[in-house]
Design a protein around this ligand. Structure first.
Ligand SMILES: Cc1cc2nc3c(=O)[nH]c(=O)nc-3n(C[C@H](O)[C@H](O)[C@H](O)COP(=O)(O)O)c2cc1C
Length: 214
């Protein structure tokens, strides 16, 4: 097995990144790449890895779905009492990673996470399928539970509880906006000579781009 996996590799030849072909605003550049990935037709094109750090310095990661991206930042939704939320409440430094390796690309974002407004969370929550809304109520995300049947019973209880009218937004559920200060665009290159263009915000709030060695 070890030998089998050590031999797994491929050369990256799809494209090159050139400074003068990149937009000055990395969010606009990201939106172009995201659209290309969506048009590619792969599953979960908006899936991104979110990294947070515990008070004792232990990093932890999980996948969530990107739900909005504009000049203000990158938004995802989750349980405000989950492990990630507890870690963010103490240290709101966060990193996102988009693993678009089928396109020989990845994007890394570093920034800080801020809760979105309740109105914003409510708008998104109400747009979700009813079952997903009930699941948000039923799950104390990241906490242990004795069995799947207990989870299903909790789901059934919520279904009964909210059978009449709109399902309210749980106060323990909502969005985070990741306000970026660094965004790196990576494109695989032949012979491992990859392109890495990183945008960093300076003190005047301007984005400056530089190239990193692969
Ligand atoms: C493709 C995919 C999409 C997911 N999307 C979300 C999401 O948008 N929000 C969320 O809270 N969890 C999502 N999850 C589950 C998370 O990966 C994770 O298990 C959960 O948020 C609990 O993480 P935590 O215990 O580290 O806080 C998704 C998982 C996968 C594989």
């Amino acid at each position: 097995m070890a030998e089998e996996i050590s031999g797994l590799r491929r050369d990256y030849q799809l494209a090159q990144l050139k400074e003068d072909e990149m937009l000055t605003d990395p969010i606009e550049q990201f939106q172009i790449w995201l659209k290309q990935v969506i048009d590619w037709g792969i599953k979960d094109p908006t899936a991104m890895t979110v990294a947070t750090v515990s008070p004792d310095g232990q990093p932890s990661q999980r996948i969530v779905l990107l739900k909005q991206v504009d000049e203000r930042g990158f938004v995802f939704y989750t349980n405000y009492e989950s492990r990630k939320a507890q870690e963010l409440s103490i240290n709101n430094k966060i990193s996102l990673h988009f693993p678009w390796h089928f396109a020989e690309r990845q994007v890394k974002v570093c920034g800080v996470a801020q809760k979105v407004s309740t109105a914003e969370s409510l708008k998104y929550f109400s747009s979700r399928p009813e079952e997903s809304q009930l699941a948000a109520w039923a799950s104390s995300q990241s906490r242990p539970i004795d069995s799947r049947s207990m989870l299903m019973a909790q789901f059934a209880r919520m279904k009964e509880k909210f059978k009449n009218g709109q399902i309210p937004l749980p106060d323990f559920w909502g969005g985070y906006r990741v306000v970026p200060h660094e965004i790196e665009f990576w494109q695989g290159g032949s012979h491992r000579l990859h392109d890495r263009l990183v945008y960093q915000k300076n003190e005047q709030n301007q984005w400056l781009m530089s190239r990193l060695m692969p």
